[in-house]
Ligand binder design. Structure first.
Ligand code: F6R
Length: 577
């Protein structure tokens, strides 16, 4: 979603600001803009195309700039609505991530005299600064935003008479990077490589950076700035010869899995799970699909009642058992829907275990226990390695809490995982067949149905082919009406208990003319199956199957020439509800 970067230096900052903005592209955006402050004058450039287009039009450079990638929420995609956004009198400028919930009330209460040029909630904030700055210092005006604004906001604000970038953060990420220049950004990936260390701002933090220094305050804690946790910057975002980050990230899975073979989990987490009688999992999108696998593992392997919920639909009521525990799953650790769900859970005093790929994330901060999946930065919008690793963590936990010996079974799968990449040509064959089709259906039952759900999401996200996933037994209750001679159905068969039912459903669609591809486990396979994987414990088939289905989505999108790492309308970190 939206991205922010602001740089202050004794040198020109165009290069680092635009470079940072490009690194924010993966989050998804539909317009972008930059403002330089030079000799008390703002110079603003905007584009409703890509950052290359913005860069072509920039005619100045200087030591202070703020820039933004916008993913439209309030107001359409337009140059006016693109950030940075001016106050009415053009004395102040702002870039903002998040959503102001009470913006209409603020307009009514404080800003009747102001003229508005955009449809954004952001313009309210910058005019409010103008209003407050008539009575208070700039820093106090920034601080007072906390009293007035409701919602989420990470903002950079400039006053044209001061060579400073003011910042404020509430429930939307913001990071302070220290290198030859001072940088405030919403994402560590946007920091230049030579950044010595960074600090992840906390809610309630506000302050400013200048060319040489920074000043940081917190509304709740006066001495807060004395005890800051700084982190060194260490990540690798090179493509390493792959065409796309998505492909690279799928190919990283085998090495990442090896790190999990002897994985130890904190005993307090294991005990918390052991002591619970019900396990609820909450997440969104692909992480929800990992959560659904988790619910199946806890129910069937650990024999604990367990359910998965989509975060945006999650409601808490008093029917949850006192000894229930919640597991939340998020790659980014910043998903707004999940943050809202966690707030509801915490209000009822339940304990929360977070499974996440970002160490210093909001979701980690809100949770009682934290498991870092350590997948390394995931840049492609379509989540791949995080799904496989989060699912693996859940598989391990479900075994560990009942002292099940699982390591040998897991080692077998992990040691043979490279076979999956050897059948690339067969995956590509299916992808060439489906690339020019408009609809596709995945069919499975039990764990295979859960794998189909994720396969279907992955395919539609990056290929834009309409795809749906059906439980095999449910087909006859309605969806079979869709099947005709132009239909394509992919069946997944890895569970001996369900194999024959999926086979009969596939026969039913075949007899109505559908083209069928089957991905099956060796011992359950038939001669004509398209892809056959090595036998393994039925709860571990998700490892090979998820990689195959991720590659299938990838090759299909590749055939179609789509922008694979940045699919249309999608954002990597969904920070709005
Ligand atoms: C799909 C995808 C999204 C995310 C979802 C939740 O490939 O990436 O569906 O899984 O937006 O995001 P996180 O896991 O960051 O909470």
């Amino acid at each position: 979603m939206c991205g922010i970067i602001g740089c202050c230096s004794n040198h020109n900052v165009l290069h680092n600001t635009i470079d940072g903005l490009k690194k924010l592209e993966y989050r998804g955006y539909d317009s972008c803009g930059i403002t330089f402050l030079l000799n008390k004058e703002f110079h603003t450039f905007k584009s409703i195309k890509r950052i290359e287009d913005l860069t072509r039009n920039i005619t100045v450079d200087g030591g202070l700039a703020v820039a933004h990638t916008r993913w439209a929420t309030h107001g359409k995609v337009s140059l006016d609505n693109a950030h940075p956004i001016y106050s009415t009198d053009k004395k102040y400028i702002i870039v903002h991530n998040g959503i102001i919930e009470n913006y209409l009330k603020i307009k009514e209460t404080y800003l009747k005299e102001y003229i508005f040029y955009t449809e954004t909630d952001t313009e309210i904030i910058i005019n409010l600064i103008d209003y407050l700055n008539k009575k208070y210092s700039m820093l106090d005006s920034i601080k007072r935003l906390y009293e007035i604004l409701e919602g989420t906001f990470a903002c950079l604000i400039l006053d044209k008479n001061e060579d400073k970038i003011y910042f404020i953060k509430n429930k939307s990420p913001l990071i302070l990077g220290l290198s030859n220049e001072l940088i405030v950004t919403s994402d560590i990936l946007a920091l230049p490589k030579n950044t010595r260390k960074y600090y992840r701002l906390k809610d309630g933090d506000y302050g400013y950076i200048t060319k040489d220094t920074y000043n940081l305050f917190n509304i709740n804690d006066q001495n807060h700035f004395l005890f800051l946790d700084y982190y060194p910057l260490n990540y690798d975002v090179s493509l390493k010869g792959f065409k796309h980050y998505m492909e690279k990230e799928i190919y990283e899975i085998p090495d990442l899995l090896h790190n999990y073979l002897n994985k130890k989990y904190e005993s307090r987490i294991i005990n918390a799970l052991k002591n619970s009688n019900k396990i609820y999992l909450v997440a969104s999108g692909t992480s929800f699909h990992a959560a659904s696998l988790g619910a199946l593992f806890f129910s069937q392997i650990s024999k604990k009642e367990s359910y998965a919920f989509v975060s945006s639909e999650f409601q808490i009521d008093n029917t949850y058992d006192e000894k229930a525990i919640f597991i939340v799953i998020s790659q980014s650790g910043e998903t707004a829907d999940l943050i809202k769900a966690i707030s509801k859970i915490k209000k009822k005093n339940y304990e929360v275990i977070a499974i996440c790929n970002v160490e210093n994330s909001t979701i980690k901060e809100m949770s009682d226990y934290f498991i870092n999946i350590n997948a390394g930065v995931e840049i492609a919008v379509a989540s791949t390695k995080s799904y496989t690793l989060s699912s693996l963590v859940l598989y391990q936990l479900s075994n560990i809490i009942i002292n099940n010996l699982y390591i040998e079974k897991l080692a077998y799968v992990i040691n043979n995982i490279s076979n999956v990449f050897d059948i690339k040509d067969r995956i590509q064959k299916i992808s060439s067949y489906i690339s020019n089709k408009e609809h596709l259906y995945y069919l499975g039952k039990g764990i295979d149905y859960l794998l189909c759900n994720e396969a279907s999401l992955k395919l539609k996200e990056i290929s834009y082919i309409h795809s749906e996933s059906f439980p095999a037994g449910e087909l006859k209750h309605g969806s079979i009406a869709l099947i005709s001679s132009s239909s394509i159905v992919i069946g997944i068969i890895t569970d001996p208990l369900n194999a024959s039912l999926i086979r009969s459903s596939l026969e039913e669609v075949k007899s109505r003319g559908a083209t069928v591809f089957v991905i099956s486990l060796n011992s359950l396979s038939l001669d004509n199956d398209t892809i056959i994987i090595n036998d393994c414990d039925k709860y571990l088939s998700f490892i090979s199957i998820s990689i195959i289905l991720q590659l299938l989505a990838y090759y299909t999108a590749l055939n179609l020439g789509n922008d694979i790492d940045k699919p249309r309308n999608l954002a990597k970190s969904v920070t709005v509800e």
